[in-house]
Design a protein around this ligand. Structure first.
Ligand code: HEC
Ligand code: HEC
Length: 318
């Protein structure tokens, strides 16, 4: 399954609208439809292809599969009671969760239950779905058995058709990235960001909204993922960015550039970790005491995460 021409034309249109002032830059950087050689799957060794979307059955089961797919693409619309920011699942699980190297749902489906050091217990597939709502979507975990959770499971199961149960399936997660030669750096990351990312995600990292639709998702700030999210780990972010960004130009950054820009992105303020323990020191000690988290450290003069208790749940602005 490839990236939809629809999305690409929306992107091109949005860029034209949002960037009238940067027309000269656009002429060189205008996004093109990702070629098969230029997507995240390239360096993963993945051989599995999920079924074609056109083959979703036209029956009761198929309706639920389709609903799960809708939740992936437009989480705010189809799961408004659980989505707390302006992101959609598909922003980090591209191609509707079908793309190898972009944490595809088929790779996840065949990999649970599994032990995770993040919470020191065996996690079910439902736990992972709930976690992405709570942290990546800065929202609420849909209860077990809720229509949203059941639909995401049905869609994942359908995507994984024919795949053996195996947590090491090629293409799962975000591909590994070599360790950086130099320690990741904020100042270098800022110049990578300005040269390669700001055109879409905006200089302030808040993305771009055109006619009420989020065309480029926010990377930090109030509408982005919160401090508890997987993307808040510099390593996860570097892996995601290396394989998936700039959009349509997978693997075009050097690994060092990906680490630096991940550090820059994860060195910015975002919503509080919902596991907040009353102080940034205690919360860091309990959940962030590792070199991949900048939470509770001072970056660019700001003590990150020192923003008080999490804000009560609010549906996203747009
Ligand atoms: C801001 C980016 C982001 C968004 C938005 C997001 N996720 Fe994730 N998701 C991740 C990251 C990063 C991981 C890997 C996390 C880790 O290792 O802690 C992940 C992991 C997962 C996994 C497990 C993958 C595996 O192979 O183990 C599933 C399933 C999942 N997400 C589903 C969803 C769903 C459903 C949504 C929308 C409700 C969603 N995600 C939204 C970033 C995101
Ligand atoms: C051509 C426009 C474009 C450029 C340039 C670009 N991105 Fe993105 N980015 C996107 C789009 C579109 C998505 C959502 C993908 C989807 O929904 O399929 C995205 C998603 C993301 C996400 C996950 C969602 C979120 O908001 O957290 C991160 C992180 C990200 N980009 C980082 C970067 C970084 C870092 C760079 C520069 C190295 C970059 N992007 C360059 C268009 C772009």
């Amino acid at each position: 399954m490839k990236s939809t021409p629809l999305l690409m034309s929306r992107l091109a249109g949005a860029l034209a609208l949002a960037c009238v002032v940067c027309a000269p830059v656009l002429a060189q950087n205008a996004p093109v439809e990702p070629k098969s050689a230029l997507n995240a799957a390239l360096l993963t060794g993945a051989t599995f292809s999920p079924p074609d979307i056109a083959t979703i059955p036209k029956d009761e089961f198929g309706k639920v599969v389709q609903f799960g797919r809708n939740v992936m693409y437009d989480t705010k619309k189809y799961a408004p009671q659980y989505a707390g920011n302006s992101l959609n699942c598909v922003n980090c699980h591209t191609d509707g969760g079908a793309m190898a190297g972009s944490a595809p749902l088929w790779g996840a489906w065949v990999s649970y239950p599994a032990y995770r050091s993040k919470n020191k217990k065996v996690n079910t597939y439902e736990d992972r779905l709930q976690g992405c709502f709570r942290f990546s979507m800065n929202g609420k975990a849909p209860p077990l058995g809720s229509d949203v959770l059941v639909a995401l499971e049905a869609y994942s199961y359908w995507l994984a058709k024919g795949l053996p149960v195996d947590e090491k399936v090629a293409g799962r997660g975000y591909p590994d990235i070599p360790e950086p030669a130099q320690a990741p750096d904020f100042v270098r990351g800022k110049s990578v960001y300005e040269a390669n990312c700001a055109i879409c995600h905006a200089a302030n990292g808040e993305g771009r909204v055109v006619n009420g639709a989020v065309v480029f998702p926010p990377l930090w700030g109030a509408q982005s993922f919160n401090w508890g999210a997987g993307m808040g780990s510099i390593k996860n972010a570097a892996k995601f960015i290396y394989a998936n960004m700039p959009y349509g130009q997978s693997y075009s950054l050097t690994p060092q550039q990906a680490w630096d820009v991940a550090y820059y992105m994860d060195g910015q303020e975002r919503p509080q970790d919902p596991r907040w323990e009353g102080s940034v020191v205690v919360t860091r000690a309990k959940y962030h005491d590792n070199k991949n988290s900048l939470y509770g450290t001072t970056v660019n003069g700001i003590l990150l995460g020192d923003t008080g208790a999490p804000k009560p749940f609010q549906p996203p602005k747009s």
